[in-house]
Ligand binder design. Structure first.
Ligand SMILES: Cc1cc2nc3c(=O)[nH]c(=O)nc-3n(C[C@H](O)[C@H](O)[C@H](O)COP(=O)(O)OP(=O)(O)OC[C@H]3O[C@@H](n4cnc5c(N)ncnc54)[C@H](O)[C@@H]3O)c2cc1C
Length: 375
C-alpha cells in the first residue's frame, strides 16, 4: 500500500499516522499551523478506558501517556451560585478517566512519528478529485500534492468533508467562553479553593461555569451561556474588557470566587460557539477518501470528542494495516464501526449538555454524576 495522506495534525490525524508507522506504513500529514507550538493546546482531557486509552495502547504509547497523568484531576464537584458545595467527589485514584493536558498528549504523538511526517504550515484551501480515488491538494502557499488515499482529520470546519457530504455544522444554541487564571493558589486563593483539585461545575438553567485545575496552579474555565447566535455575536470579543463586563452581567448574584473566573482572566476571553453535525452524520463510500474525528462527527463537548478522534485514528490505522491490498474494504468496515459509535455518543453528548444547562440543573447534573459513580 502506498503512503496515506492526512489533512490535520490534531489528535485524530496524529494517532492515525502513529498506528500506520507502527505497522510500517508511511503517512504524510499536512497541517495548517506553522509549527507544533504555534497555537496553545490548553485544556485537560479525561482519557477513557474504552476509547482514548485503547487507542494509546494500539499506538504503543501507554507508558508515555501514564507519565502525563495529572494526579487528583479526576475529582469533581458541583457548586450552587453562592459557592455552596452540593456534590463533592474526591479523586481516590480509582477512576477510569485519568486527566492529561491536551498539549502534552499531542506532543508525545508528534514525537513518536518518523521525522518529516508532519508538513507544518500547509493549509489546504482546495481539493480536486482526479478520478480513481486520487485527489490533488492545493495549499494556501500555492504548492500542491497528490493523494492516493486521503483522510480528512481537519476538525470541525473540514475542507475534506464537502467531498463526501453536504452536512454543515450547526450552532447548538450554547456558547462557551474560555478563560485562564494563572498562579491561582497565590493570586486567586478563594477561586482556587472553590475549584478544588479537579473539575468544578456551577450550573443553572441556561448558564454555567465549568472550571478545571491544571498543573502549576492554572485554572482553566469555560463560561457557558445558552443564548441565540445573534446575542453572542453582538459582543465585541476584540475588546476583552467589554466582553468580560457583558458576560459577568449574566452572572449577577453569583459568588465572587466563581465570577473571578470571568473577570480576572490572564488572557482575553476566547469565544467557542458550540456547533455540531447531525447525530447520524454519514456518507456514501467514495474511493480513496474518508474522514475521522470532528471532521466526521462533530458533537457538543461532553468529554468524548478527543477520545473518539484518538480511537478513529487508531482503528483506521489498524484496519488499513490488516488489509493493505483491499483498501476500500478496510475503509468500509472502519466507517461502519465509526458511524455506529459516533451516532450513539453524539446523542449522549446532547443529553449531557441538557443535564448541565437544562431546566433541572444543577439537580440533573448531580443525579448524573452520582449515577456514574454508582454504575
Ligand atoms: C470548548 C471545547 C471543549 C472540549 N473539551 C473536550 C474534552 O474535555 N474532552 C474531549 O474528549 N473532547 C473535548 N472537546 C472536543 C475535542 O476538542 C475534539 O473532539 C477533538 O479535538 C477532535 O480532534 P480532531 O483531531 O478530529 O480535530 P482537531 O483537534 O480540531 O484537529 C484538526 C487539525 O486540523 C488542522 N486543520 C484544519 N483545517 C486545515 C486545513 N484546511 N489544512 C490543514 N490543516 C487543517 C487544524 O489546525 C488542527 O490541527 C472539546 C471541544 C471544545 C470546542
Amino acid at each position: 500500500m502506498s503512503s496515506v495522506t492526512i489533512v490535520g495534525a490534531g489528535l485524530g490525524g496524529l494517532m492515525l499516522a502513529r498506528v500506520l508507522a507502527v505497522h510500517g506504513i508511511t503517512a504524510v500529514i499536512y497541517e495548517a499551523d506553522a509549527s507544533a507550538g504555534s497555537r496553545t493546546q490548553g485544556g485537560m482531557l479525561d482519557i477513557h478506558e474504552q476509547d482514548g486509552q485503547r487507542a494509546l495502547a494500539m499506538a504503543g504509547l501507554k507508558d508515555e501517556f501514564r507519565a502525563l497523568v495529572h494526579v487528583g484531576g479526576q475529582a469533581s464537584r458541583v457548586l450552587r451560585r453562592d459557592g455552596t458545595v452540593l456534590f463533592d467527589q474526591p479523586d481516590d485514584g480509582s477512576g477510569g478517566r485519568p486527566e492529561v493536558l491536551r498539549g502534552a498528549l499531542r506532543r508525545i504523538l508528534i514525537e513518536s512519528l518518523p521525522a518529516g511526517t508532519i508538513r507544518w504550515g500547509r493549509k489546504v484551501i482546495e481539493i480536486v478529485p482526479l478520478g480513481e480515488g486520487m485527489h490533488r491538494l492545493i495549499f494556501a502557499d500555492g504548492s500542491t500534492a497528490t493523494a492516493n488515499l486521503l483522510v480528512g482529520a481537519d476538525g470541525a470546519w473540514s475542507k475534506v468533508r464537502p467531498l463526501l457530504s453536504d452536512a454543515r455544522p450547526a450552532y447548538v444554541g450554547t456558547t462557551f467562553v474560555e478563560t485562564y487564571l494563572s498562579d491561582a493558589d497565590s493570586r486567586h486563593p478563594a477561586t482556587a479553593a472553590a475549584v478544588g483539585s479537579g473539575a468544578l461545575f456551577a450550573v443553572e438553567a441556561g448558564k454555567g461555569i465549568f472550571a478545571h485545575r491544571e498543573p502549576h496552579g492554572v485554572l482553566h474555565a469555560y463560561i457557558a451561556l445558552s443564548r441565540p447566535a445573534r446575542w453572542i455575536e453582538d459582543i465585541d470579543f476584540a475588546d476583552a474588557s467589554t466582553a468580560r463586563t457583558r458576560l459577568v452581567a449574566e452572572f449577577a448574584g453569583w459568588a465572587p470566587a466563581l465570577t473571578a473566573l470571568i473577570t480576572d482572566g490572564d488572557t482575553a476571553p476566547m469565544l467557542r460557539m458550540i456547533h455540531s453535525l447531525p447525530n447520524d452524520h454519514r456518507w456514501k463510500r467514495l474511493p480513496g477518501l474518508t474522514l475521522i474525528g470532528d471532521a466526521a462527527h462533530l458533537m457538543p463537548p461532553a468529554g468524548d470528542g478527543a477520545n473518539l478522534a484518538l480511537l478513529d485514528g487508531a482503528e483506521l490505522g489498524e484496519a488499513l494495516a490488516a488489509q493493505p491490498d483491499s483498501v476500500e474494504t478496510a475503509l468500509a468496515a472502519f466507517e461502519d464501526r465509526m458511524f455506529k459509535r459516533s451516532t450513539e455518543t453524539a446523542r449522549e453528548a446532547h443529553r449531557v449538555l441538557g443535564l448541565c444547562l437544562g431546566e433541572r440543573a444543577p439537580n440533573s447534573l448531580i443525579e448524573f454524576l452520582s449515577g456514574a459513580l454508582n454504575a
